[in-house]
Design a protein around this ligand. Structure first.
Ligand code: SF4
Length: 289
């Protein structure tokens, strides 16, 4: 009996996928991380929405042209701006001389250079592939990340996992971190001084990883990287060169949980990243180092 039910269920899933394609993150039900519970579910897409639904298959890369902006093909492509020590014989601080992510972590995980170091539960360094070609950058740890010492582990983190999967990427393939390593109390927006104090640690992480692409989640993180205030509408939907790397900006998953109508444009941003990444890999394969 159970076997028959299972076979029927599998058959239904196959029929659904044949008709609609596998379910992508952008058509999932809306959820909120905490508070008043689920908001009404616009994720049950209408027939018209389904007709417009993009396939989750990885799109074909765009035609390679000289105009296509791509990252520098081979590392080293990024060097962190040196934070000059003061004094005639002053040395670079030890963390700046780190040769590996582990070494960097050892130097900075007890940091109290800004007041957030005194209120955090855990320092949230980053996780993933130390040689990733794509680094995902968010704003700052939230409550769950602060409790566990890992980035993007709450509901927003689960959505990020599905967003990456929608373009054929596993979390383990990329590196995931934030601009700030410590949680701002109450998840408030990071203060400019906190960003300025913590940002060099991110530069050093990027120097050690040497990614080709940055997937930047939210205007706050993107503004911190560009060192200038921007609105998300000014940044998303196009690749932005950044010191040998290429940056694609989209909505923060926490914002997508609150505003499911933004999932569709976020899906377009992710497709853009995938297209650029495929084009970059194709060009690198045709220009071996
Ligand atoms: S947020 Fe950054 S600068 Fe501030 S204490 Fe934490 S690690 Fe140090």
């Amino acid at each position: 009996m159970a076997g028959t039910l299972r076979a029927q269920l599998l058959q239904w899933v196959r029929v659904r996928q044949a008709l609609l394609g596998p379910r992508c993150f952008w058509e999932e039900p809306a959820r909120v991380e905490s508070g008043s519970g689920a908001i009404p579910d616009p994720g049950h897409a209408s027939q018209q929405q389904r007709a417009q639904a993009p396939s989750v298959a990885v799109p074909n890369p765009p035609a390679l042209s000289e105009e296509l902006p791509l990252p520098v093909l081979e590392p080293p492509r990024f060097r962190m701006p040196v934070v000059q020590p003061s004094g005639l014989f002053a040395q670079l601080p030890p963390w700046q001389q780190s040769q590996t992510l582990e070494e960097l972590y050892e130097h900075i995980h007890t940091c109290t250079a800004c007041p957030l170091g005194l209120t955090r539960t855990n320092f949230v360094f980053g996780t993933g592939n130390p040689q990733a070609e794509i680094v995902v950058i968010g704003e700052a740890p939230g409550a769950e990340e602060d409790a566990r010492g890992e980035p993007f582990v709450g509901a927003a983190g689960q959505l990020l996992t599905r967003m990456l999967a929608a373009i054929g990427l596993q979390r383990e393939e990329v590196y995931i971190c934030n601009i700030l390593k410590c949680r701002p109390p109450g998840n408030r927006r990071p203060l400019p001084q906190e960003v300025a104090t913590c940002r060099p640690y991110l530069w050093k992480q990027l120097e050690l990883i040497q990614p080709a692409f940055l997937l930047v989640l939210g205007a706050t993180a993107a503004s911190a990287l560009l060192e200038r205030e921007h609105k998300i509408a000014e940044l998303r939907g196009r690749p932005i060169p950044l010191q040998g790397m290429l940056m694609v900006v989209t909505y923060h998953p926490a914002a997508l949980l609150r505003n499911p109508q933004w999932k569709r444009p976020a899906w377009e941003d992710l497709q853009l990243l995938r297209q650029l990444y495929d084009a970059y890999r194709a060009r690198r394969a045709s220009h071996p180092a």
